[in-house]
Design a protein around this ligand. Structure first.
Ligand code: ADP
Ligand code: MG
Length: 596
């Protein structure tokens, strides 16, 4: 009654189309009891619905024998880390990112065994994990022999199967905790539709599978989600909830004439100095505008930044802070242990008895966000070569063992690297010192070289700042943890002031998400002219000396992105001359061959 048109359409397209999609809210409207029953006993109810579909009287000469009923928009959304045994056999929705996907391969569902003595064919349903043979022997009349049998492939039934692994998305992780993941079984027309990096909601029935030990079965079970339907999510910042009050606060902040400075100073206030870097990091958070041109090409808006320098000067701390402020930040180290590393890999995996699996690495999981990669100098060679593509085209291609796949990695890269000899040598090229090819370095919009040179005034200031943060931290901890402490809240607050961000991280994340989603600035004429002149003037300096050019068009594009990001900080849809005159005009011009 409710889905008659959809059923007719399905009947028309069947068997190319094999699924009827049913909105859970419709079941709720139709019968509340039934909808509750459905969540608790999904298996029987889906089966009943599929039987009904099979038996329905259609105006066309077709039977929807193998059609599926797929239920979407399930309210029962459960974070992966909160899955418990009470959820077993229930219908649940899991939201996250696809981390791994195996190849799509046939799975036998009904095996045809031909008896070699009498020729009779016995069918055995294959519902479990293990391949079942005819236990009771041949079903042929007066045969009943226990074989031998020969399997008849053309008589058997197969279904396409694919295993997936879904992982919590970066924006749902609190305080840099490790993301958890869940295995998913998908079949038939659900297979082959998602790739690692995709954001999805998978609705299905939670099943358990007994672990096997070397000497028998274990009492522990692993969880597997049997997918009933997969909903693709928009890769937007929708997951980060921005309430109307938040929006008001964001708009209010944006009207502050000092907003630019406030945003910049709210990046890592506990780190002293580095105003330029903090400004660059703020611009990276807001990002330039992605452009899709009519010829089908796409220009990235993400700003890639590299911090190179002596050890112990807060590079890693800055990276961690940016991840905290980014609506979608992923932190990894260049020498990460996983097979997929930074980019992606095709591996023979334990997910499914040696089937080839594509696994997305950090840059895939950070799609539409920021990937902070520490210790980039220790990166694997494969990652290094894949990074060229990942940074400019923002895709990662895999061609291995017959698998050809392209994953998306539309993220900004924030790298940190230590120089090879521990300390930075100003008389040697940057590229050699951090063990990275110049072609890769040139893809960074900004490269900062941080040198740790002793300087009494500066050292005193840094030391004071560090001691102050520790002091304020000590006060805070003592007040919290020691019941009899005499320290007052006001006192702690006063001492904290210096390292307190003007804009709190929670609202800053929302501000960034809001800007990236709602602000698309266009550059004004005078700003454009300014950048063109700046660029051509710089190129001229190379012309006269007949030396390799100090800047390339890449740096010009970098300037455009930085200017756009600058306008976005004000939530302004216009890039003004002021935005274009960013102070990085000289910092961007660090070409990789240069010595310092
Ligand atoms: P790196 O990754 O550059 O080797 P880290 O980020 O691990 O260095 O920093 C080492 C420590 O020194 C951190 O605890 C950091 O807070 C402190 N530190 C270094 N420079 C500063 C600074 N300018 N202001 C505050 N703390 C600093
Ligand atoms: Mg470090």
């Amino acid at each position: 009654d409710y889905y008659w048109n959809e059923i007719l359409q399905l009947a028309n397209e069947y068997p190319d189309q094999r699924s009827l999609s049913v909105d859970f809210t419709d079941i709720e409207k139709f019968d509340r009891e039934l909808s509750k029953e459905f969540l608790d006993h999904p298996e029987e109810l889906i089966m009943a619905a599929e039987v009904a579909l099979k038996e329905i009287d259609l105006p066309v000469e077709k039977s929807l024998e193998e059609a599926h009923v797929r239920v979407i928009r399930i309210p029962n959304r459960i974070p992966i880390r909160e899955l418990r045994s009470k959820h077993l056999a229930r219908f649940i929705a899991i939201e996250g990112m696809i981390r791994k996907a195996t190849e799509v391969r046939p799975r036998i569902t009904k095996a045809a065994f031909e008896c070699l003595r009498c020729g009779y064919i016995t069918f055995v349903d294959q519902n479990s994990f293990r391949f079942e043979e005819p236990f009771a022997g041949c079903e042929g009349e007066s045969c009943g022999k226990k074989g031998p049998f020969k399997i008849r492939i053309e008589e058997s039934t197969f279904i396409d199967a694919q295993k997936l692994q879904i992982q919590e998305s970066p924006e749902n992780l609190k305080g840099g905790s490790q993301p958890q993941s869940l295995e998913v079984d998908s079949e038939d027309d659900l297979t082959g539709n998602v790739t690692p990096g995709d954001r999805v909601i998978i609705n299905g029935i939670l099943k358990s599978r007994q672990r096997t030990l070397k000497d028998g079965k274990s009492t522990f079970y692993d969880l597997v989600l049997e997918a009933n339907s997969i909903e693709q999510l928009d890769k937007d910042y929708d997951e980060l909830e921005i309430t109307t009050e938040d929006e008001e606060e964001i708009l209010e902040l944006s009207r502050d004439p000092e907003i630019y400075g406030k945003i910049v100073s709210s990046v890592a206030p506990s780190i002293y100095g580095y105003e330029d870097i903090k400004e660059a990091l703020a611009l990276q958070l807001f990002s330039g505008v992605v452009k899709n041109l009519p010829d089908g090409s796409r220009i990235r808006g993400d700003i890639h930044i590299m911090l190179v320098g002596d050890p112990g000067i807060a590079k890693s701390q800055l990276l961690r802070y940016v991840v905290k402020l980014s609506p979608r930040g992923v932190f990894t180290s260049g020498r990460s242990a996983s097979a997929s590393g930074l980019t992606a890999a095709a591996v023979k995996d334990d997910l499914n008895d040696g089937r080839w699996t594509i696994e997305g690495g950090a840059l895939v999981m950070a799609d539409m966000g920021i990937a902070a990669v520490d210790e980039m100098d220790k990166m694997k060679t494969e990652d290094k070569s894949a990074l060229h593509e990942a940074m400019e085209q923002q895709t990662i291609s895999i061609a291995k063992a017959g698998i050809i796949a392209t994953l998306k990695s539309r993220c900004a890269l924030l790298g940190a690297a230590n120089p090879k000899y521990g300390r930075f040598d100003r008389y040697e090229g940057l590229a050699e010192q951090i063990n990275m090819p110049p072609a890769l370095l040139s893809r960074f919009d900004l490269i900062f070289v941080l040198l740790d040179t002793p300087d009494h005034t500066l050292d005193t200031k840094i030391a004071n700042h560090i001691l102050q943060s520790h002091y304020a931290g000590e006060l805070f901890e003592q007040r919290e943890k020691l019941p009899g402490s005499h320290i007052t809240e006001d006192f702690v607050e006063a001492e904290m002031e210096m390292i307190e961000p003007v804009i709190q991280p929670e609202i800053m994340r929302k501000y960034v998400a809001y800007a990236r989603k709602n602000v698309f600035p266009v550059m004004e004429e005078d700003a454009r002219v300014y950048l063109i002149n700046f660029y051509t003037d710089l190129r001229k300096t190379g012309e006269s000396k007949n030396t390799p050019v100090p800047v390339t068009a890449r740096q010009l594009e970098a300037l455009v992105r930085l200017s756009e990001a600058s306008a976005r900080i004000r939530l302004s849809n216009t890039v003004t001359l002021e935005d274009a005159k960013t102070k990085f005009l000289s910092a961007t011009i660090m070409s990789p061959g240069l010595t310092f």
